[in-house]
Ligand binder design. Structure first.
Ligand code: SF4
Ligand code: SF4
Length: 310
């Protein structure tokens, strides 16, 4: 009989996950210094929650008492086509329905499939939500390496995917970490318009367009004038230039298919949008995170600051 871990990977594939790997639920000692240094330098900007629950963040067995294994999965979000208006760009991950719900549902199905084999076990599902170091855990599970842009890269798949995790009390066969394949490449560092990649694998959120257009509240500093490259929600530049994404293949997930409006609305049409329309259009979209005010602020910033009107 093959080990349960091998079955789990087959079931994950059947549910549409691109890859699945397993790591031991244990203290991530290599991450402790990185996290502390990053926080000491203030690179988390206003994301104060990064200071909270450090112990849980660094050790999945503290986050989920009794946990023995972390099952990590990857799910493709690379779209068939990009938005038609290049003056109002949206990160590809946000074209469809909010990935939190979509992935949680699929992970739940995976957990139930495992339970049908093992009987009841304790587990919790995480998709970019609780204090989980999802990328280092995925590296430990053999799913890739952290690129110089700080995102997970998989040799076969590139980096346009979501990461999800099941932390559970099952003792499972683990995978080995992969080596780093960035080599001498610095394409992401060179292409970042705001110089947010301050060292290999280190992002200063204060300068990152993705942070500034989504998490940041209040005005955006005029120091970034002419540097936003028309991004109104998120930023894909460091992933778009990465050679490992040259062979990205479009996903087939209905939940992530963009609506006609998402693909074709122009900057001017977004500008005319009322609060009610924003709520309706983005009810199930990751874009609602920035709120109507934030979205309008981004549009105005891109339009005026990019065109040198201010
Ligand atoms: S998301 Fe954009 S701004 Fe942030 S590090 Fe990547 S290229 Fe730079
Ligand atoms: S662009 Fe180059 S340096 Fe940056 S993550 Fe990709 S391979 Fe690594």
């Amino acid at each position: 009989m093959q080990p349960l871990a091998d079955d789990i990977k087959i079931w994950a594939g059947e549910l549409g996950f691109l890859d699945c790997g397993i790591a031991k639920a244990e203290f991530l000692k290599d991450e402790e210094n990185h996290l502390n240094e990053w926080l000491q330098k203030g690179y988390e900007a206003s994301m104060n929650w990064m200071h909270n629950h450090k112990e849980k963040r660094l050790d999945p067995s503290v986050l989920v008492p009794g946990a023995k294994s972390v099952i990590s999965v990857l799910f493709n979000y690379f779209p068939e086509s990009e938005r038609s208006d290049p003056t109002a760009r949206i990160a590809k991950y946000a074209y469809g329905k909010d990935y939190h719900f979509v992935l949680k549902e699929k992970l739940n199905q995976l957990a139930l499939r495992i339970q049908s084999q093992t009987g009841e076990f304790q587990y919790r599902i995480f998709v970019d939500s609780a204090p989980v170091m999802e990328r280092p855990l995925a590296v430990k599970a053999g799913l890739g390496w952290i690129g110089k842009h700080s995102l997970l890269i998989n040799k076969r798949l590139g980096s346009f995917f979501f990461i999800g995790q099941i932390i559970c009390d099952l003792e499972l066969k683990t995978d080995s970490a992969q080596t780093d394949h960035c080599g001498n490449c610095t394409a992401c560092i060179d292409a970042c318009p705001t110089n947010a990649i301050v060292e290999d694998k280190v992002i200063d959120a204060n300068k990152c367009i993705s942070y500034l257009t989504i998490e940041h509240r209040g005005e955006i500093d005029s120091a970034f004038k002419n540097q936003f490259n028309n991004w109104i929600f998120g930023c894909d530049i460091c992933q778009d230039v990465c050679p490992w994404n040259r062979f990205s293949k479009p996903h087939q997930e209905q939940n992530f298919m963009p609506t006609e409006k998402m693909l074709n609305y122009t900057l001017e049409e977004w500008e005319m949008m009322t609060t009610g329309e924003f709520k309706k259009m983005f009810a199930a979209s990751p874009i609602r995170r920035t709120g109507y005010k934030g979205f309008k602020r981004n549009l105005e910033y891109v339009k005026n600051k990019a065109n040198g009107r201010e």
